[in-house]
Design a protein around this ligand. Structure first.
Ligand code: 5AD
Length: 346
């Protein structure tokens, strides 16, 4: 089945579930070797970096897994000034970043007008760079406004493709249906769209993961963010088990073979559960790393889950260190926007 995927064939949901359920060291090793070849075909040994700016941890939502959910009264809330966000980008631009990812909770303070102004200013100050937004569920009109202001990409994980599972992870106000509506709007507007899911979230089995794979195959996102679920002590899932490194890597490999031209980050959550999580992620099929460009004073406050790394080599200022770590395993961190190949301008 792994060979069939590599050859461009399709798997059924049952086949994905079978592969996931019966995985082992040997199948994982084989999967990763083909994932590396598939990635090489499209991206060589290049690793793209994105400067991540976590600009607000205010959020009107109450997702059961997330540390910045509205009900978490212990979260120390902050929002960056527009000028601070722009300073982060200017600093990042000098460090070699050509993509900035603005991620935040769903914070009404950052209305369309403010967000559009930020996007326009970044594009003006950092010529040739790409702007990625990750600010949650909005109306189609809002998405269009950000796009018209110059935003290139949008990240919105679907979290789980199984509606009943979605309901177990979210309060009633949030629906899988609206999440999908958002993803389709984003794609139609013309964004490069990233979706994704947590691995090992509560109630998830191989069947849900297989549905995630089927969804990804059908939706054809340009980017797929997957990382292990990691509990946050001040959430309803505080006592749940974390997702494992091993299963996350296996899922990364499967995504790479399913969408060989996708941009796949080795996520912060992966780096959090293992000191070499990001390197291992790359060896399993990832080709993007997103170091943190937020001002150091707020990094600890963007705690989506416990022990999120935020001072070591995941920080943007340590990009040289990242470069060395990647070159040790045979990869080159490049200064490039890193567009998805299918729509790359070169
Ligand atoms: N563990 C891992 N990932 C999480 N996210 C939110 N909370 C957690 C958690 N406890 C992820 C979600 C969200 C992204 C920004 O972070 O998938 O889409």
């Amino acid at each position: 089945m792994i060979d069939r995927l590599y050859g461009g064939g399709e798997l059924s949901r049952e086949e994905y579930a079978y592969l996931i359920r019966n995985r082992g060291d040997d199948s994982a090793r084989y999967l990763f070797s083909l994932a590396a070849k598939a990635r090489e075909r499209y991206y060589g040994n290049k690793i793209y970096i994105r400067g991540l700016i976590e600009f607000t941890n205010y959020c009107k939502n109450d997702c059961f897994y997330c540390g910045i959910r509205r009900s978490n009264k212990n979260a120390d809330r902050y929002r960056l000034e527009v000028s601070e966000i722009l300073d982060c980008c200017k600093e990042g631009f000098e460090l070699g970043f050509r993509t900035f990812v603005l991620q935040g909770g769903e914070d009404g303070y950052f209305n369309d007008e403010r967000l559009c102004r930020i996007v326009r200013e970044i594009k003006r100050l950092c010529p040739g760079c790409a702007v990625t937004l990750s600010v949650g569920e909005k109306s189609r009109g809002s998405y269009q406004a950000y796009f018209d202001a110059g935003a290139d990409r949008y990240l919105l994980r679907h979290e789980t493709a199984d509606v009943r599972h979605y309901e177990k992870l979210h309060p009633k106000e949030l629906s899988a249906e609206n999440r999908l509506r958002c993803l389709h709007d984003l794609k139609e507007i013309g964004y490069q769209v990233g979706t994704g899911f947590m691995v090992g979230s509560p109630y998830q089995t191989a069947d849900e993961l297989a549905m995630d794979m089927m969804f990804i195959k059908a939706f054809q996102p340009h980017m797929v963010g997957i990382g292990p679920f990691v509990p946050h002590h001040d959430t309803p899932f505080g006592n749940e088990k974390a997702g494992t490194l091993e299963l996350t890597l296996f899922m990364l490999g499967l995504v790479r073979l399913t969408l060989p031209a996708a941009l796949l980050p080795a996520t912060t959550a992966l780096g959090t559960i293992d000191p070499e999580g990001r390197e291992k992620g790359v060896l399993a099929g990832a080709n993007v790393v997103m170091p943190n460009l937020s001002p150091p004073s707020v990094r600890k406050k963007y705690q989506l889950y416990d022990n999120k790394i935020c001072t070591g080599c995941e920080s943007a200022q340590s990009v040289d260190d990242l470069r060395k770590r990647m070159s040790r395993i045979g990869y080159d961190v490049v200064v490039d926007r890193g567009d998805a190949v299918s729509i790359s301008k070169n």
